[in-house]
Design a protein around this ligand. Structure first.
Ligand SMILES: Cc1ncc(C[n+]2csc(CCOP(=O)(O)OP(=O)(O)O)c2C)c(N)n1
Ligand code: SF4
Ligand SMILES: [Mg+2]
Length: 288
């Protein structure tokens, strides 16, 4: 495609037809990603979308960008490696709440701490969808699932709260059926220099019930007029509200991260990309 021709949302769509259940929230998420990329006019070959395993983690297959489907919970370290070696790429990770804050929770907090320049879209359905409805770390207390027949005894993790506490520099919440809100947030998250987390409530109609849209819609609230997202403590107040789901950019900050630190280390070590050290010399350095 010529650089002059405007890229449209469908230009980011692969030829694969999604196999998600009819009504799954994930359809809205992938459509919003197509639109945000078109809004930013990013060349397809400058974008990589990575995932782990889950219904939501099928998303890279539906993209006409570079893509990688990793193992369960491991998308973030793969994405960190990719961003470290190709800082020119826009790196997006998409996946489930189980993938992100259960098996992948350790990677989640360390990616936030390192402020790796990655956009992480968590498709949060409060359940393990792919494996047919077991309890997730985001499932509300008391909810019955295939693995908590008498109700979930544990309190849920709030992905936004965890991201803010761990050092992510852009944290937002949105809803998969709110296309306008999602596109606005995603375009800013992708442009943000640092780790941006977008927790998207994305209903699993099969294992959380087909009333999920009616359940969530009356609970959605925008952030108050004039809200200042620069305070961690201020943002935390909107993470765990009873009966309300506040959407918008909860927290935003700027600090150097993985890419800037790596550049600094290269400078300090006198690294010259025109004459990189030989691998044999590096090995000799370890075993003189
Ligand atoms: C190491 C490993 N452990 C467990 C599994 C089984 N498994 C596959 S997907 C999944 C959870 C999916 O839930 P989530 O990440 O929330 O995605 P969803 O399907 O809900 O979109 C699990 C436990 C696996 N594939 N690999
Ligand atoms: S099982 Fe749930 S999360 Fe998976 S495709 Fe179906 S509705 Fe979506
Ligand atoms: Mg899930």
């Amino acid at each position: 495609m010529s650089d002059q021709a405007a890229r449209k949302p469908n230009d980011y769509k692969s030829s694969l037809k999604p196999v998600w259940c009819p009504g799954c929230g994930d359809f809205g998420v992938v459509a919003a990603i197509y639109r945000a990329l078109a809004q930013l006019q990013l060349p397809q070959e400058k974008v990589a979308v990575l995932s782990g395993i889950g219904c939501s983690s099928r998303l890279p297959g539906y993209m006409a960008t570079y893509g990688f489907n990793g193992v369960h919970g491991r998308a973030l370290p793969v994405a960190t490696g990719l961003k470290a070696s190709r800082p020119d790429l826009t790196v997006i990770v998409a996946g489930g709440d189980g993938d992100g804050v259960s098996i992948g929770a350790g990677h989640f907090i360390h990616t936030a701490r390192r402020n790796a320049d990655i956009t992480y879209v968590m498709m949060d359905n409060q359940i393990y969808g792919l494996t047919k409805g077991q309890v997730a770390p985001t499932t509300p207390t008391g909810d019955k699932t295939k693995s908590t027949l008498y109700g979930n005894p544990d309190p849920p993790i709030d992905p936004c709260e965890l991201a803010i506490a761990a050092g992510a520099t852009f944290v937002a919440r949105t809803f998969s059926a709110d296309m306008k809100g999602q596109v606005e947030i995603l375009t800013q998250a992708i442009q943000h220099k640092g780790f941006s987390v977008v927790d998207t409530i994305s209903p699993c109609v099969t294992f959380r019930g087909d009333d999920q849209y009616d359940f969530w819609k009356p609970k959605l609230r925008p952030l108050p007029e004039g809200y200042d997202p620069s305070s961690r403590a201020g943002a935390m107040r909107f993470c765990r509200e009873e009966g309300v789901l506040t959407t918008g950019i909860l927290f935003r900050d700027e600090r150097p991260g993985l890419v800037e630190h790596q550049e600094q280390i290269r400078k300090s070590a006198g690294f010259n990309p025109a004459s990189p050290p030989k691998i044999e010399d590096l090995v000799k350095g370890f075993y003189p």
